[in-house]
Design a protein around this ligand. Structure first.
Ligand code: CA
Length: 229
């Protein structure tokens, strides 16, 4: 999951971005509305966290502009005041949800999970492929009933592949949704992480789940040992 965080207070940025990264989100940060509109145009974000109080265009204007362009990315607005007028203005501008400062980080995470479940289809709280189970709320992974310990980035990569189980996911798509804008597209980072995931998820298993499609990308689907992957 890749998030665009639009906020101009350095302290808030630091707390939110650090916390989100620890919870396996890729995060790009911008400090004003024009930069937000530019980033949202060039990247395909899964979610946008948008502060209302920005210098220049405020969050309401940014959200209206996004919707006017046809950008349907879920937007969570951060407001400093809990007035009814503010909440109405936020929802009228096209935001999907709002959170009043100060908020608990756990509530922010819960709102983001709820927003990511909207969209085209109702997403379950867990994904299961064969004996692999991903608990999306707890960000825990189990295979054959035993928990697999993953780093935040490994988890994020596996979750992305599992959300598209049975479909080939390209390296570009992985880079876009699992890494942030500091990702170097010419590095072999993705291969390195896929290999680490394979070791943890597939080693010693008769049924392999993570497969390479040469020249296309990766696919998560069950295959027995010896069958083409
Ligand atoms: Ca602000």
């Amino acid at each position: 999951m890749r998030i665009l965080l639009v906020e101009d207070e350095p302290r808030m940025v630091q707390v939110i971005a650090k916390g989100l990264r620890e919870h396996a989100y890729a995060v790009d940060v911008v400090g004003d509305g024009d930069a937000a509109l530019y980033q949202a145009a060039v990247n395909d974000y899964d979610l946008i966290i948008l502060d209302v109080m920005l210098s220049g265009r405020d969050g309401f204007e940014v959200c209206r502009e996004l919707r006017a362009r046809g950008d349907a990315t879920p937007v969570l607005m951060l407001t400093a005041r809990a007035t009814v007028d503010d909440r109405i203005a936020g929802l009228d501008s096209g935001a999907d949800d709002y959170l009043t400062k100060p908020f608990s980080f756990r509530e922010l995470l819960a709102r983001l999970r709820a927003l990511s479940r909207r969209g085209n289809e109702v997403r379950p709280d867990q994904i299961q492929v064969e004996d692999l189970i991903i608990d999306l709320a707890g960000q825990k992974v189990f295979r054959a009933g035993r928990q697999i310990e993953l780093t935040a980035k490994e988890y994020s990569l596996l979750e992305h592949l599992a959300r598209h189980a049975g479909q080939v996911v390209s390296r570009a798509e992985i880079a876009e949704h699992v890494w942030d804008q500091s990702f170097d597209p010419f590095s072999n980072t993705i291969e390195v992480f896929v290999n680490r995931l394979r070791k943890k998820v597939d080693d010693q298993r008769a049924v392999k789940l993570i497969h390479t499609r040469r020249g296309q990308g990766y696919i998560l689907e069950p295959h027995s040992d010896g069958s083409p992957s």
